[in-house]
Every structure is written in structure tokens, then in C-alpha cells.
Design a protein around this ligand. Structure first.
Ligand SMILES: [Zn+2]
Length: 540
């Protein structure tokens, strides 16, 4: 067991301190007192295991897509209000976003986690094959139903200890709304939401308990919708009088698919046609294609995005249509804080991975077999906290990147999901309202509570975090967002889909007043392995 050695060196009494790491070094708790409080806050979190399970199950059952997290927002802010948090709703013009605060003075520690689901990922929990709750409906095929339980349990435990001890400081809780659309966090940063905040602990579901610092693997991105305006006509009677917006979309895609051969292999770009016209006998007068453009760093994203805009302009020229675009989302490449990551890693070592049961492992292996992965089950070994990769590999993005350039930030990955699944897929929802998710979220909450308490009690750690931010992270790169003051959040996204599916999902909302767990409410035996699926998903 390794405890954070530096914590033991801190001497002196706790004093209120100025904002953003300007406190005098050496202020803080006596070492023995610090260890006692860390043990206390962790024990308080473990006493909230029932709350964690109910929150994880409840958000799973809401199955809400980005910008439409109405029930999720109401439920989580309700718990926070009941517990004495001040809640500001609708921040940054996003109806489902909130800013919840408790306490006063410095330091100000903010906890964030995402809340949105994945289209068509509806899935019964604990069932090791594709079995949707509601056919075609959204579901938590990323596992974003678990992070609020982590943060709320940690925040309530911190509040209890801080109140009892008279520790100064402010806890802030905010949601990653529409993370799948990279749709909220850059807007929070643009609107100055992180001014005055000393550190951000972000949590994200994974299959291990881990933290990192520096720039890791993965990309940043800009997401934009390109809309072409043409002229309608009878497709058979007078096609020469029409100018097809759909032709422009197809030519743009064709142009980009040629262009992508001449881009760095690290780029990732993908699109869906969100409006392709209405019916074949009417020349489409309007059509829209939605792109994500990803690269390893901001200048490369900007360069590829500029090329994409030129391709769109070329398509408009070829079709005599008018092109316009709007930015729907952005995610900056992530850069995480070394001193906070090192402190958090000490707590990860102390807390450790959950104790998995044979039922948990059996489910995991069955799901892995179902999707063609090696049946390794669940993880029992922590990964080391190493230096960042010299050359980051390509991959996904997260708009926590934008926040990481505004304030010292780390992401804690906690083990509520099964390793090596496809991602953004119904299989990734299977564990997310089972004991795997509940136990993974609980250890996540223990680590967050311990790390946040250390930040509250150790002004020198906050100072070190800002020193890294100022003297290492931001020395060679200045944050240059894609969005400006005129870019509104895309709060219209997913409205129609949720209007269609919400009434079908409502009968399945978790009722914790009648059932102990969501598995019990659904009458699911844990784990459910059969019937054996017909045909193998693995190519032979
Ligand atoms: Zn995510």
C-alpha cells in the first residue's frame, strides 16, 4: 500500500487561502490529521453505496441522448438541492446543464462527469447478448450513467467531513452535457465558468482504475454541419430547373474521401447525412451533412477543417448551390495535470480495484465472446502511472480537453465496464446497471473523495498544480478554440429522437421505492447467458 508521501511532509495549521494556488506553501493539515480525514471521507463514501447503486441504475433507465438529458438533470440536481447545494440551472444556454455549489472560499474544486447516451444502444443490463429494452431506442452504450453517482457520493462525503472539521473551500459539480456531440464543455470555458476554480477532477467510465498526465493517446476535434441550399423542381418533369443540394452533399463527401488519402494517418474524420432531401420526385432544395474532423493537435485539426471547408465550397460551385456551416461541437486535445495525477494515483493504490464475484466475471467473459473479443473477464491489476507517450496515438476525443486548458484537470477512469468492447455499442451498456457498474462507481467515488480532500487540505498541492500548468503545460501552446462568441450550443440535437422514444422508455424508469435494484425490477437473473445466439458474430 502506497500513500502519498508528500502529504506526510505538510506541517502547520489549516488557514483560509486566496484563490488559484496563491496560498503560502506549508499551510495545511498535520500529517496524522490528514490520514485520519482521508480514512473518514472514504468510510463516508462507502456508507453511500446504496445511493451510488440507485443513481447508476436510475440514469441507466432514463437512457437520454445529448442535450435532452431532462430527467437526468432533474434527478441529479434534486439530490444536490436536498443536500444543501445551490443549483444554477440552464448554464451556457443549455437547458440540461447545471452548476451546483456548496461551501465557501478557497480552494474551489470542481467535479464533472458526462451524462448522455448513445443512439440505438438500448440493452437489458446483465444479459450477455443483444436484447434491447426498447427496440431502436437510445441506451447507455458508453456508460455515462455512472459518473454522476461517483461525483455526488464523493461530494456528499466531502461536505460531511468539511462541515464537521470546519474546513474552508467550495465544491462545484457540473455535468458533461452531450459529450457524444462534444457539445458543452468548450461553451462552459468560453463563458468563463472555470474562472476562479482551482482544480477539476473529471471522472469517466472505463474498465480499470486509472489516471494519467500530459497529453495521452486520442485526438481533439471540431464537429460541423454543412448545409447546402439549392432549388426544388419536378425530378422528372423539369429536372433542368432544379439545383440539387443532395448532389452537393454527395460531391463534398466524394471530394473529402479522395482528400483523406493525403492526410496524416493519425487523422480521423467521419460523417452522417442528417438531411438528404424528402422524396425522389422532388429535387432536394436543402441537404445537410455532419462531419467530425479529428487530429492529434489543434493546428492539425484547424488545417484539416480548413481543407474540408474548401471541399464544401467546391461542391457548392459544382452544383450552383449555396453552402453554409455551423459548428456543433469541439474537443481540444487533452492535457492532464501531473501533480494532481500523482496525488490521485496514490489514492488509487490505496483504494484498489473492486472485488469481482464469479457472476461478474462470467458475465464479462460471455459479453467478450459475444463481440469477438478474447474472454479475459474483468481486470484485477492496476496500471502504472507512467509519463505520457512520446507520440500520442490516434483515437477518440473528449471535450474535457477544453477544460484541461483552462484549469489544472485530471480524468479518473473507474472500472464500471467490461474491457475490450467495441465502444458506442449496445454491448457497452450490458454491465452498466449491474454490480460491475455499482462497485466500479463506488471505488471511483472513494478515489475522488480522497483526492479532493487532499486538495482542500493541501494548499501546496494546488500551488504545484498551477506551477505545472503555467510553467510546463502552457509554455509552448496557447488554447485556441474553434467556437467564438456567436456559436450557440446545438441544443436542438436529438430532440425528435427523444420525443419519439421517451414515451416508450418511461414505463422502464427505475422505481427505487419498489425495487432494490434495476435488475430486480426487470426480473433479470444475473448473469443471463443464454439462449445461445444464432450464428457467430465472429467471421470464420
Ligand atoms: Zn464518454
Amino acid at each position: 500500500m502506497i500513500r502519498t508521501a508528500t502529504a506526510l511532509l505538510v506541517l502547520g495549521l489549516l488557514v483560509p487561502l486566496p484563490a488559484r494556488g496563491q496560498a503560502a506553501p506549508g499551510a495545511g493539515l498535520a500529517p496524522g490529521r490528514m490520514q485520519a480525514l482521508l480514512t473518514d471521507v472514504e468510510a463516508d463514501v462507502m456508507g453511500r453505496a446504496k445511493l451510488v447503486q440507485v443513481m447508476v441504475d436510475k440514469l441507466f433507465s432514463f437512457s437520454e441522448l445529448g442535450f435532452q438529458e431532462v430527467e437526468t438533470s432533474r434527478y441529479v440536481t434534486g439530490i444536490l438541492r436536498e443536500n444543501g447545494f445551490r443549483v444554477e440551472a440552464g448554464v451556457s444556454g443549455i437547458p440540461t446543464a447545471w452548476w451546483a455549489t456548496w461551501g465557501s472560499g478557497s480552494p474551489v474544486i470542481a467535479l464533472g462527469s458526462d451524462i448522455d447516451g448513445i443512439p440505438r444502444a438500448s440493452q437489458k443490463p446483465g444479459v450477455a447478448y443483444h436484447d434491447p429494452l426498447v427496440e431502436g431506442a437510445p441506451g447507455h452504450g458508453e456508460g455515462h450513467n455512472s459518473g454522476q453517482a461517483v461525483n455526488v457520493a464523493a461530494a456528499l462525503a466531502l461536505k460531511a467531513v468539511m462541515e464537521r472539521e470546519g474546513l474552508p473551500g467550495t465544491i462545484v459539480l457540473w455535468p458533461g452535457v452531450a459529450e457524444e456531440l462534444l457539445g458543452s464543455k468548450a461553451w462552459y470555458v468560453r463563458d468563463g465558468r472555470f474562472r476562479g476554480i482551482d482544480a477539476v477532477l473529471f471522472t469517466h467510465v472505463g474498465s480499470n482504475l486509472s489516471v494519467s498526465w500530459g497529453q495521452g493517446n486520442g485526438t481533439g476535434l471540431v464537429s460541423a454541419e454543412f448545409t447546402f441550399a439549392g432549388e426544388a423542381a419536378h425530378s422528372a418533369g423539369a429536372p433542368w430547373r432544379g439545383r440539387s443540394a443532395l448532389d452537393a452533399v454527395e460531391l463534398m463527401n466524394s471530394g473529402w474521401n479522395f482528400r483523406r488519402e493525403h492526410l496524416r494517418p493519425q487523422q480521423r474524420s467521419h460523417y452522417t447525412i442528417v438531411d438528404g432531401g424528402d422524396q425522389p420526385n422532388v429535387v432536394p432544395s436543402s441537404a445537410t451533412v455532419w462531419y467530425y474532423v479529428r487530429e492529434i493537435d489543434q493546428p492539425l485539426i484547424a488545417s484539416n477543417f480548413a481543407a474540408l471547408i474548401r471541399v464544401a465550397q467546391g461542391a457548392a460551385l459544382m452544383t450552383d448551390t449555396e453552402m453554409s456551416y455551423r459548428i456543433v461541437g469541439q474537443a481540444y486535445p487533452r492535457h492532464f495535470n501531473r501533480p494532481i495525477a500523482q496525488a490521485m494515483y496514490g489514492h488509487i493504490r490505496t483504494v484498489g480495484l473492486p472485488r469481482w464475484t464469479e457472476a461478474d466475471r462470467t458475465l464479462a467473459r460471455a459479453v467478450q465472446r459475444e463481440v469477438g473479443s478474447a474472454p479475459i473477464g474483468l481486470l484485477d491489476t492496476l496500471v502504472a502511472l507512467g509519463p505520457p507517450p512520446a507520440l500520442p496515438e490516434s483515437g477518440g476525443s473528449d471535450d474535457i480537453g477544453d477544460i484541461s486548458w483552462a484549469v489544472p484537470t485530471v480524468t479518473l477512469n473507474f472500472p464500471s465496464n467490461i474491457p475490450d468492447l467495441p465502444g458506442h455499442h449496445w454491448a457497452n451498456a450490458i454491465s452498466m446497471a449491474t454490480p460491475i457498474a455499482h462497485k466500479g462507481a463506488l471505488v471511483g467515488a472513494q478515489v475522488v473523495a480522497r483526492t479532493a480532500l487532499e486538495l482542500f487540505a493541501r494548499p501546496d498541492l494546488v500551488q504545484e498544480a498551477w506551477k505545472y500548468y503555467r510553467e510546463e503545460q502552457t509554455v509552448t501552446h496557447r488554447y485556441t478554440p474553434f467556437i467564438g462568441p456567436g456559436d450557440a450550443p446545438a441544443v436542438d440535437k436529438n430532440r425528435e429522437t427523444m420525443a419519439q422514444f421517451r414515451p416508450l422508455l418511461e414505463p422502464f424508469y427505475f422505481d427505487e421505492t419498489r425495487f432494490d435494484t434495476y435488475l430486480e425490477q426487470l426480473g433479470i437473473t444475473y448473469p443471463t447467458l443464454g439462449p445461445a445466439p444464432t450464428g457467430s458474430p465472429t467471421p470464420r
